[in-house]
Design a protein around this ligand. Structure first.
Ligand code: CUK
Ligand code: CUA
Length: 675
């Protein structure tokens, strides 16, 4: 390694970058405030810091997040994209966006939803069973509202294989394969007209769970009066989608649902270790308010907040599995459903009172504690699973709800209530037995201690620290935070508003991800990251070395199967054949040509194209775009896909490669002549 001019000037030894950084940080003075010129650093780094007006703390924070060019981040976070319908992949601690994965919305850069077999299918398929009505007038659904990503787990730890995410708007769920970071399946979940926080996997990914948010209309006899008979016409559903362990796909035929009362089911989490076999689903609107403010009834806002308690649903899914095996289900819209009556009879569904409009429910790493944040209550309420099990065993009920479901006694199942601040929403955990709760109203993060076995210290269930964040924090996420072994280390605060943190970029503002250092005694914000794509809700953080992404596809791989496709084209077997009105094109793609590069068809022909990028060099992606036909495909090296369209528009269409792939990229063009 050559010694650079700068190293000569500063006297740093070549190749000793780590020592240089250590030396600089060691010289940081204890000066916080500092305007320009008070970095407290000496030497070259000190001059730069002084010239930029950076204080000592700024420099220390910068060093904590800096990932040198060519080096990689320690963690990935997978972030929902909100109503952009996508997933964002971001490196931690650098907070650099690594990828946007098209999920419920077409993504032209990835050729997702513009003709490629693997992408297009997701937009037209879903489950055939129980397909829900979609307005044909507006065409197929081309967006979703992604909220809650769920990384697959083995033994309660992320295994880096798949990620699932729900569509809040339409009651769907998608699976992304982390071998190639592409969406492989969207299931339009029967009996779910919406979904929300009930998206998680069981600790070995036997099932991925998704539940209703707004209850589903199940009795359609008189839809205009349905809201007047809300308790009879609507129901919630908790769905356990069986996962194929070989490819992560959800198997609707082997899945089941548990019917729930028409409360509004919200956030949910899977039990683990101590609570393995159970799932927990919050709800609000136990009042079953329906709105109707023009008729003098309260808005849902007021009606749903009238009571002092809502209910957490406690479901024993292993018992539910047995009930399904015993055939005690009915099939509704292609889904096996355990009725409310059966669920109560079989002792697999209970309710627990929760103070005032809860939102988040998060199970502690040991599985012992369930932390609930109530939007209108400044406390978090912590339940103990062992007390829950004992109360169920002893039939320690407060009462039975109008749907026959036993409600456990609050005092029997509650372990602690900690006053954390205004508007607690979601909680995450670290490796030392602390919980971190987002405070939406207070715009802050509260840190508190759990009890044994998660926390073994002197003051259990005590508020330890509070950190202001900027602003209106929704979710938050610690590294590996939903597993049985969280790393803690960093916390990402997902703030809904950014207000004064970024320059104005128009009237729609970016959200603000703030990276928080958890290794210091007081929590400390070390960087702000504007999110200019979508409105993230939840994120999960996984150690980067657990992701085993492929660098390149083996020749002719179809991303749908992740296997070489029998129709894949290799160099030399290209061609165009006709049978009646169907024209089949076998086309190979490489730097810098399509073969064949002239395709002649007649108006009205059905065109089937088998396209293969025959390159084996990682990064050698080519595009295949047909102007005016809304076709825009991206083929990574080795990738095969199929394209079908009707040649209904006559003309000479210059198909071209959309990726600047070589010096002769601009020449990578051909013709489709439709006469
Ligand atoms: S929700 Cu958005 S802040 Cu969908 Cu998990 Cu709480
Ligand atoms: Cu291939 Cu440009």
């Amino acid at each position: 390694m050559a010694v650079t001019r700068r190293e000569l000037i500063t006297g740093a030894a070549a190749g000793a970058a780590g020592l240089v950084v250590g030396g600089v940080v060691g010289k940081v003075a204890g000066d916080d405030g500092g305007g320009g010129g008070s970095s407290g650093l000496s030497g070259d780094a000190g001059d730069i810091a002084n010239a930029r007006g950076l204080a000592a703390d700024d420099v220390a924070r910068a060093v904590k997040t800096f990932v040198p060019p060519g080096k990689f981040d320690e963690y990935f976070i997978f972030s929902s994209g909100g109503h952009s319908g996508q997933i964002l992949v971001i490196g931690v601690p650098s907070m650099r966006i690594l990828k946007v994965i098209g999920v419920f919305s077409p993504e032209p850069w990835q050729g997702y939803g513009y003709g490629a077999d693997w992408g297009e299918e997701n937009f037209i398929s879903g489950t055939d069973a129980g397909k829900k009505p979609t307005s044909a007038a507006r065409g197929p659904l081309t967006w979703g509202d992604t909220h809650h990503p769920a990384l697959s787990e083995t033994g309660g730890e992320y295994d880096g294989r798949y990620i699932y995410i729900n569509d809040r708007a339409n009651g769907r769920i998608a699976m992304v394969d982390l071998r190639d970071f592409k969406t492989k399946q969207i299931v339009d979940v029967p009996n779910l007209d919406s979904s929300h926080g009930g998206c998680f996997v069981t600790p070995n990914t036997d099932y991925v769970h998704i539940s209703t948010m707004t209850p589903t209309l199940v009795n359609k006899t008189n839809i205009h009066s349905a809201l007047d008979n809300y308790d009879k016409a609507f129901r919630g559903f908790s769905t356990f989608l069986k996962v194929d362990p070989d490819n992560g796909k959800m198997l609707v035929n082997e899945s089941f649902q548990v019917e729930l009362p028409p409360y509004t089911q919200d956030l949910a989490d899977s039990g683990k270790l101590e609570s393995d076999g159970w799932v927990f689903i919050n709800s609000y609107n136990a009042e079953m308010a329906t709105g109707g403010n023009l008729d003098g009834k309260p808005s849902i806002e007021a009606g749903a907040s009238a009571g002092d308690y809502d209910y957490m649903h406690v479901i024993n899914w292993r018992k539910a599995e047995e009930v399904v095996k015993a055939g005690k289900t009915s099939t509704i819209n292609g889904m096996k459903v355990i009725s409310l009556e059966t669920a109560v009879e079989e002792g697999l569904l209970y309710l627990m009172p929760e103070p005032r409009s809860p939102h988040g429910i998060d199970v502690s790493p040991s599985g012992t504690y369930l932390t609930v944040g109530g939007k209108l209550d400044p406390h978090v309420t912590i339940y103990n699973i062992n007390k829950v099990k004992a109360a169920i065993e002893a039939k320690d009920y407060e009462k039975i709800d109008p749907f026959g479901v036993p409600i456990l006694k609050f005092d029997s199942v509650m372990e602690a209530r900690i006053e954390v601040g205004a508007g607690p929403l979601h909680t995450q955990y670290d490796d030392k037995g602390h919980g971190y709760t987002s405070l939406f109203v207070a715009s802050a993060v509260a840190k508190f201690s759990l009890g044994k076995p998660d926390y073994d210290g002197p003051n259990p269930f005590t508020l330890v620290d509070t950190l202001p964040v900027h602003y209106n924090i929704g979710h938050l996420c610690t590294m590996e935070g939903d597993t049985i072994k969280p790393d803690g280390k960093y916390l990402v605060a997902l703030n809904k508003w950014s207000i004064d943190r970024f320059p104005a970029v128009g009237t729609l503002k970016p959200q603000n991800f703030q990276l928080v250092d958890l290794t210091t005694e007081k929590m400390d914000i070390i960087t702000d990251m504007p999110i200019g794509i979508g409105e993230p809700h939840y994120v999960q953080a996984i150690r980067a070395d657990k992701i085993k992404s492929w660098e390149v596809y083996p020749p002719g791989t179809n991303p749908v199967t992740m296997e070489p496709d029998p129709n894949a084209i290799s160099d030399g077997n290209e061609g165009v054949t006709r049978s009646g009105n169907t024209v089949t094109v076998k086309l190979s793609i490489t730097r810098s040509r399509f073969k064949p590069d002239i395709i002649k068809v007649n108006k009205g022909d059905k065109v089937i194209m088998h396209l293969t990028n025959i390159e084996s060099t990682p990064d050698a992606t080519h595009g295949f775009a047909i102007p005016r036909y809304n076709v825009n495909i991206s083929l990574d090296a080795g990738e095969y896909t199929k394209l079908e369209f009707e040649a209904d528009a006559p003309g000479a269409f210059a198909m071209y490669c959309t990726e600047f792939c070589s010096a002769l990229h601009l020449e990578m063009q051909g013709w489709i002549l439709v006469a």
